[in-house]
Design a protein around this ligand. Sequence first.
Ligand SMILES: NC(=O)c1ccc[n+]([C@@H]2O[C@H](COP(=O)([O-])OP(=O)(O)OC[C@H]3O[C@@H](n4cnc5c(N)ncnc54)[C@H](OP(=O)(O)O)[C@@H]3O)[C@@H](O)[C@H]2O)c1
Length: 315
Amino acid sequence: MTEQLYTVIGGSGFVGRYVVQALAEAGHRVRVAVRHPNQALFLKPLGAVGQVLPVAANVTDEGSIARAVEGADGVVNLVGILHGGTKQFEALQVEGAERVARLAKAAGAQRFVQMSAIGADAERDDVDYARTKGEGEEAVKAAFPQATILRPSIVFGPEDAFLNRFADLARKSPFMPLICGNTRFQPIYVVDVADATFAALTTDTYQGQTYWLGGPKVYSFKDLLTYIMDEAMQKRPFLPIPAGIAEIQGAVMSLLPNPPLTRGQVKMLRNDNVVPEGALGIDAFGITPTPVESIAPSYLVRHRPHGRFSKKDAV
Ligand SMILES: NC(=O)c1ccc[n+]([C@@H]2O[C@H](COP(=O)([O-])OP(=O)(O)OC[C@H]3O[C@@H](n4cnc5c(N)ncnc54)[C@H](OP(=O)(O)O)[C@@H]3O)[C@@H](O)[C@H]2O)c1
């Protein structure tokens, strides 16, 4: 394969690091464009000297993005937020996405990948996250018509913010809050998401399409929480919380700097987060999705209480 240059906007985040790894392993040069490039330095050893280069860029800043995408064969935009004000959602997930796609096109990039999410819906005016993800997709397609849109369900892996968060909650709380326990999720492994992103960035096959990325199994929220508690060895009784009450709690918590739950997230919990029947999915990439059960124990298990495996068990 000929060596090419790819820009990964948001490459130091949870998903980004695996995308950078896939590109570097294939021998490509990778520009990791983030606000804090010093926090992306850990990615440099993924490639030879100079192959993985963190650069300072902010999707709200035209000049920094123009520099980040200059000369790139392909660009992926991974910037997204889960909480913030309406203006912040719009600045990052709509205007930011449009800016990156437009400047990538102007710079002559051949391919563009926009990381969206299941639930993205430009018509949904009650949840900023969902609406701006949907509007971001439309803005990207207008600026870069051949862009590939990826819509994952919740993404799991060692650094995830979902399984780890609930394992942590089980450790700290005497009960497990349960909101919308019947809502269905289809967790997808971060490496599978990265592999799909790699394919969409490096070949023309996936251009101009939207793909829904889900894992091999659909879980109810309650079953997923039960599984997480089992693996983390932190069995807690469920405390069902009506969604209406949780929305009020979320509205109050939204005032915190890093809220554990927001009103919008509770609203999103009312809807299934699964790949719709007949949609283009992970199989279109020739990827057999990895089950949660074959990966999650390796990182949730590290929280097992000391003493379970005593030194005398060691061989
Ligand atoms: N994780 C999931 O379960 C999940 C599920 C569905 C969809 N997604 C989508 O997948 C994408 C990646 O998610 P993630 O979990 O990897 O996110 P993440 O861990 O929060 O990473 C975000 C990355 O974006 C960078 N960033 C943030 N604001 C920026 C800005 N204004 N300009 C430039 N870079 C910025 C961050 O680095 P700096 O802070 O240094 O800038 C970081 O590298 C997001 O769009 C998310 O909505 C994720």
